[in-house]
Design a protein around this ligand. Structure first.
Ligand code: SF4
Ligand code: SF4
Ligand code: FES
Length: 259
């Protein structure tokens, strides 16, 4: 390499290094300091710092609730919470992930449950200890009014508890913060199950689909797919008819082999 080219390369390396380095910020993962790019989510910052996430990492899209994280910013006593895959790092944040919280989880036979307050209290008697502090609502990364669905469950309005808790991702942060030691998300899912099983009318289209499955309608096309080689499957996938964005609810593809 000529001296001029050498100098140019060295200058470029220095510039590249500077441009990479300038966006690094310090964060503290379980008390240990790491410099990470300021644009990363907490989840990616963990990986940038060398952690391999085996638990506490699922969808990476704010859906599965596996990545509950608590953190504190300097100069504040406040404990903040968030989903690691959705929350961007901030300078000097102290954080740790709590991918599992051992909240009470009742075992029950859904078919036998009555849709009333006594049922919920039988399986979750701690529900009566709720003191209305609203810490659960303030800590929910999905911005669910958690205390409201807990109150609805307590007064036996199971359908309302189900509706309010519908977007719960089961991250467990509310339970981790609750002074009355409730496992709110398990109470919420019980209300949703009871609502689906005993309160809402049966969905006609689901019933029809179950009948079609039980009739063996899909055995042959499924077996055909299972026995297909990778190229055939790829072709089928690539050439499948896509549902238009503005399609009406009753839209179906022209080819109905798999319907
Ligand atoms: S944090 Fe616990 S005690 Fe406070 S309102 Fe929520 S469920 Fe009730
Ligand atoms: S209700 Fe609780 S478990 Fe559900 S998303 Fe909110 S904090 Fe997470
Ligand atoms: S990894 Fe699924 S919500 Fe974060």
């Amino acid at each position: 390499m000529s001296p001029v080219a050498q100098q140019f390369t060295e200058q470029n390396d220095t510039l590249n290094e500077a441009s990479v380095r300038t966006d690094l910020i310090p964060i503290f993962i379980m008390g240990k300091k790491y410099d990470v790019p300021s644009t990363l989510t907490i989840q990616k910052a963990f990986e940038y710092a060398g952690y391999q996430l085996i638990r506490g990492c699922g969808c990476r899209g704010g859906i599965c609730g596996a990545c509950a994280t608590v953190y504190r910013l300097p100069g504040s006593a406040k404990i903040s919470v968030g989903l690691a895959c959705q929350t961007v790092v901030q300078p000097n944040m102290y954080l740790t992930m709590i991918p599992f919280f051992p909240a009470n989880r009742a075992v029950y036979n859904l078919d036998e449950l009555e849709p009333d307050a006594q049922t919920i209290l039988k399986y979750y008697p701690e529900l009566a200890k709720c003191m209305g502090c609203n810490t659960c609502t303030k800590s929910c990364p999905m911005e669910i009014p958690v205390m409201e669905y807990i109150s609805a469950a307590l007064r036996g309005d199971i359908e309302q508890a189900a509706e309010i808790s519908m977007s719960c991702v089961m991250c467990g942060i509310c339970a981790a913060r609750c002074p009355a030691e409730l496992g709110q998300y398990n109470i919420g899912i019980m209300c949703r199950r009871i609502t689906g099983k005993h309160i809402k009318p049966k969905a006609k289209h689901v019933g029809e689909m179950i009948e079609r499955v039980n009739s063996g309608r899909y055995e042959e096309p499924l077996n055909k797919l299972v026995k297909s080689d990778i190229e055939t499957l790829r072709k089928l996938y690539v050439e499948r008819q896509m549902e238009p964005h503005t399609a009406p609810e009753e839209w179906t593809p022209d080819k109905k082999d798999y319907l």
